[in-house]
Design a protein around this ligand. Structure first.
Ligand code: DQA
Length: 146
């Protein structure tokens, strides 16, 4: 299995930004942890982060062209604003799981709506950094079921 973990805007600030919402772990620590987890589960993991919508879209298209087994996507605030990212997901066959570190449904109302949820296979929110591993587990289970 080859999987892309894609983080959007401001997630490079993890560990420094709004710790009460996102915890104290850094993006580097998170990615390292996921690489180790993936190694034990025979997943080849690619981790990317960008603050730029177009770059995220290019990587989503690339994952589609390469036929990856899945994308774990935390689109950050673009979740609530970007029809372009939604269309990029709709334009590929690769299954996408939407994740959010915080429970967006418990926060400000503008975070309750996601443009991307309708084109993902599911959403995992609110379990802190574990949302990424839970999403990888979901992809493993999906693969096993065929
Ligand atoms: C987030 C939630 C978004 O509303 C916010 O804009 C983020 C992070 C999360 O992981 O909880 O940047 O996606």
């Amino acid at each position: 299995m080859r999987v892309l973990v894609l983080n959007g805007p401001n997630l490079n600030r993890l560990g420094k930004r709004e710790k009460e919402a996102y915890g104290t772990f850094t993006l580097e620590e998170l990615e390292q942890d996921l690489v180790e987890f993936s190694y034990h589960h025979h997943i080849e993991l690619i981790c990317r982060q960008s603050n730029h919508e177009g770059e995220l879209i290019d990587w989503i298209h690339g994952a589609g062209d390469e036929g990856l087994s899945g994308i774990v996507l935390n689109a950050g605030a673009y979740t609530h604003t970007s029809i372009a990212i939604r269309d990029a997901i709709a334009a590929i066959e690769v299954p996408v799981i939407e994740v959010h570190i915080s429970n967006v449904h418990k926060r400000e109302e503008f975070r309750h709506h996601s443009y991307i949820s309708p084109v993902t296979i599911g959403q995992i929110v609110g379990f802190g950094q574990d949302v990424y591993k839970l999403a990888l587990q979901a992809l493993i289970l999906k693969q096993e079921r065929g």
